[in-house]
Write a new protein. Structure first.
Length: 253
């Protein structure tokens, strides 16, 4: 069952990248996704490998696809393929990051005190959070990182932004929820909390509500991805997620 879930999840992630893109170009082993409106966002302008590819040819392939940009991102969804591609890409100057694909296998929690919010409610908290994470970038970069959520609305059949509000009404913690009820697949993505509201249960409320909504939509494959080397993976494990696979990112610039 784990391999079936992983295959379904990889297909979902590839489909999401295609659907949210303003345009795509087919490449050997995958595709390039572009969105000129968010040129500073690597996730909106990247190469996605979801099939068989010649590892030695991948650096040149990526350069041809993304050479007009100051950055490069190659997402490789299959673990074995990524490990074969790592050597050529690292030799070409890319850094390699591994991400855990984590499937929710615990009990589905009851809906918590979080609800669907719109992008306007997120713009202020998102802007503040990104300025804290990337203090040296200019206003245009921050704007692209905030407004790129508009493109995510195209990525799946049902895309929602889930937020937990503080007592003053501002959104304190938030995440995306991508639903494909026909395939029974749901992704929780980009969970963030405002620094002023850390450790007050807001992230828990967002995740619990997202899981409850996904289950209510008939999605049995409820998943997220987490950095393999960072602490949130353990936080997710305590909330019923377990590792079933890996995806990989290679970045330069």
């Amino acid at each position: 069952m784990t391999s079936e879930h992983l295959s379904r999840i990889n297909g979902f992630m590839a489909s999401f990248a295609r659907r949210q893109a303003a345009r795509t170009v087919r490449l050997p082993g995958g595709f390039a996704a572009y969105d000129d409106a968010f040129a500073h966002s690597r996730g909106n302008n990247q190469v996605v490998i979801d099939g068989a590819v010649d590892p030695e040819a991948l650096p040149a392939l990526t350069e041809e696809a993304l050479g007009h940009l100051p950055h490069r991102l190659v997402s490789v969804l299959d673990d074995e393929t990524a490990r074969a591609c790592a050597g050529p890409l690292v030799r070409a100057g890319y850094t390699h990051s591994a991400y855990l694909v984590m499937l929710h296998t615990g009990p589905v929690p009851a809906p918590a005190d979080a609800q669907e919010v719109d992008l306007d409610a997120l713009r202020g908290p998102l802007t503040t959070r990104w300025r804290g994470i990337l203090p040296d970038v200019d206003d245009e970069v921050v704007r692209h990182l905030v407004d790129r959520r508009e493109a995510r609305l195209r990525g799946a059949d049902d895309v929602r932004f889930i937020g937990s509000r503080a007592e003053g009404g501002e959104v304190a913690s938030w995440a995306d929820l991508y639903l494909d009820p026909a395939a029974g697949t749901a992704q929780i993505e980009d969970l963030m909390t405002s620094e002023a509201h850390f450790r007050r249960g807001h992230a828990d409320a967002v995740v619990a509500t997202a899981l409850s909504l996904a289950a209510a939509a008939g999605c049995d494959a409820r998943f997220l991805t987490a950095d393999a080397t960072d602490w949130p993976r353990h936080w997710y494990e305590r909330r019923g997620f377990r590792v079933i696979g890996h995806s990989h990112a290679f970045e330069r610039g």
